[in-house]
Design a protein around this ligand. Structure first.
Ligand code: ADP
Ligand code: MG
Length: 582
């Protein structure tokens, strides 16, 4: 073939391919633009894994109506003017490629209004060509709607994965940015369902709770910049105590100057900081913000900007490793020494008041495992007279059972109403995780292997997570098609219908309603314990109630069930006296 110039269309599709790989890349670029535009509230909505339609809307600065078309030219940006600027990049974007690239491979609607203009602009594009432009009323900010991604690049469209997989990539980006920018509020909707929302409180720990669940959020240790910082490198964030760990490195999340990065060497620095503290083959959780002068890091390595180059990589490595090591050694609580010890650290021994407060959520009726910010203050306020400072339960004396659902108990400071199911769930949950950690989960083989037919995605998930399931006493094998063969279940659910148990686990492992809430192990443990624990409506003998209470006293987080609901309500002696005008 003779040499010839590619047509603009082909050239722009090729260039677009570098930036836009899948729906999640569109989300990433749009969210970065929103952050660069100083938005406080960023909402994302996706349909069909983002392949059909996705929308990102913000309350940022918007684009002036005279500049809207310009924003869609390749290499048009408001963030960079000269080559020298490349050395002092403080925005997430700067290449001026994203809008042009996304528009080239989709049907796009861009609605924006600059704060200082009376009316906004709506621009509609198809395959990069402007189809319509009109004035449009809206609040200051920008909305980007992308439909039929890759409609004009069938080769690309073919390589998109299932809705679920695409959704997972989007979830991942959104949680990353919510952790990097705790002061912003991010909302993610799958169609009409809000599946994730970050609190926007400015506290990383609150975001951790929203992403990984209460237990991880509460246990995480603060990494504080320390003396090891050289060359103005700062490292801060949250890391897991040695008692919390995962089967792979994917829970180590790193940001450099507010940008999520992939860096095997720095990931290794984090892992190394736990040297000798973790069982082999186990990895910590970490969310670390690394900041350094912009001219010490080159972010212009790749169009997606998730790889960076440091001018002094060794210094960054040392700073990360030492900061994490210090956090872990200084703050990690001494593992509790007691029989049947749980896998969780015990608090409340010379701990900061702040940490203790985190658990004093007794008596408020918020059912959702939301960040502590809001609930904490209400708990503190309502217990102002008789604060329950300790995380541990005081010794409780069982008085009786109420409505076959609640255990009534008396403590040194008043009356406790304990939800029998939630309390038992908490007890079993900590026990099961501890057993898994020491590889001692009892398994009960079924008399005959049981073929279980599942939804296609569910079957795939169970096979994918077979290793984790085995650690909890399940034995599941592929059995052709969407059927799996169930050979054994955790002994604590031996009395339950094994199909129901497996169904629950498969459903919870899906990206359904809480894709981001927690990790695989906790999800499996939670579902098993939900089935195994005593149901509401069951008569409990006094000894049984006493057993549950004694066991609950031993848990490290007695006041919430594994799903984050309260296990108990407390009516203090002071409150009682007050109510009776004594
Ligand atoms: P870059 O982010 O690298 O500058 P983009 O193609 O992503 O390039 O965006 C081009 C320009 O469009 C940006 O520089 C910015 O001025 C404007 N822009 C894009 N999205 C937004 C937004 N959500 N709010 C305000 N301005 C935006
Ligand atoms: Mg951009």
């Amino acid at each position: 073939m003779p040499i010839r110039l590619l047509s603009d269309t082909v050239a722009s599709q090729i260039a677009a391919g570098e930036v836009v790989e899948r729906p999640a890349s569109v989300i990433k670029e749009a969210v970065e633009n929103s952050i660069d535009a100083n938005a406080r509230d960023i909402r994302v909505e996706i349909h069909g894994g983002g392949k059909e339609r996705l929308l990102v809307t913000d309350d940022g600065s918007g684009v002036a109506s005279a500049e809207v078309e310009l924003a869609f030219h390749r290499h048009s940006t408001s963030k960079l003017a000269s080559t020298e600027d490349l050395n002092r990049i403080t925005t997430l974007g700067f290449r001026g490629e994203a809008l042009a690239s996304i528009a080239a491979v989709s049907r796009m609607t861009f609605i924006t209004r600059a704060g200082d203009e009376p009316v906004g602009t709506l621009l509609r594009l198809e395959g990069g060509r402007i189809m319509a432009r009109q004035e449009h009323g809206r609040a200051a900010g920008t909305t980007l709607i992308v439909e039929d991604l890759f409609f004009n690049v069938p080769a690309r469209r073919k390589f998109l994965r299932s809705d679920e997989t695409e959704r997972r990539h989007i979830d991942a980006w959104l949680t990353r940015y919510s952790m990097a920018y705790p002061e912003l509020r991010f909302t993610l909707n799958h169609a009409a369902n809000t599946v994730f929302q970050s609190p926007g409180s400015g506290r990383l720990r609150d975001v951790m709770v929203a992403v990984y669940g209460l237990d991880v959020g509460a246990a995480a240790l603060d990494v504080i910049p320390g003396r090891e910082s050289e060359n103005n490198i700062r490292v801060e964030g949250l890391v897991s105590p040695p008692s919390l760990h995962r089967a792979n490195r994917s829970y180590i999340t790193l940001f450099v100057n507010g940008r999520w990065i992939q860096d095997t060497r720095l990931t290794y620095a984090v892992v190394q900081a736990y040297h000798t503290l973790l069982p082999t083959g186990r990895y910590p959780l970490a969310v670390l913000m690394i900041s350094l002068p912009p001219d010490h890091v080159d972010v212009n390595v790749h169009p997606t900007k998730s790889e960076v180059r440091f001018s002094d990589g060794d210094a960054v490595f040392r700073t990360v490793q030492q900061a994490v090591r210090r956090a872990v050694l200084q703050q990690a609580p001494v593992p509790p020494v007691r029989l049947g010890a749980s896998a969780w650290p015990a608090w409340g021994h010379g701990d900061s008041a702040d940490r203790r407060e985190r658990f004093s959520r007794i008596g408020h009726d918020d059912n959702t495992p939301l960040p502590f910010g809001a609930s904490q203050s209400s708990a503190v306020a309502s217990n102002a007279v008789a604060p329950i400072a300790e995380d541990r339960l005081p010794p409780l004396r069982v008085i009786g059972q109420l409505k076959l659902t609640y255990i009534i108990a008396e403590g040194p400071d008043g009356l406790y109403l304990i939800d029998q199911h939630a309390a038992h769930e908490r007890v079993l949950f900590e026990r099961l995780l501890a057993e898994r950690q020491s590889a001692k989960v009892a398994s009960q083989a079924l008399l005959e292997p049981l073929p279980v037919e599942l939804a296609p995605e569910a079957a795939g998930r169970l096979v994918e997570y077979a290793e984790a399931l085995t650690e909890f006493g399940f034995r599941v094998e592929p059995f052709g098609g969407t059927t799996v063969l169930l050979r054994a279940v955790p002994a604590i659910v031996a009395e339950e219908n094994p199909v129901h148990v497996l169904d629950d686990v498969a459903a919870a492992l899906g990206v359904g309603d809480q894709p981001l809430a927690a990790n695989i192990e906790e999800t499996v443990a939670r579902e098993v314990c939900k089935r195994a624990s005593v149901k509401a409506g069951r008569t409990m003998a006094r000894e049984e109630m006493e057993q549950v209470i004694r066991a609950l006293e031993q848990t490290s987080n007695p006041r919430t069930c594994p799903h984050g609901r309260p296990t108990m309500i407390h009516l203090s002696a002071t409150e009682l006296a007050h109510a009776f005008n004594r």
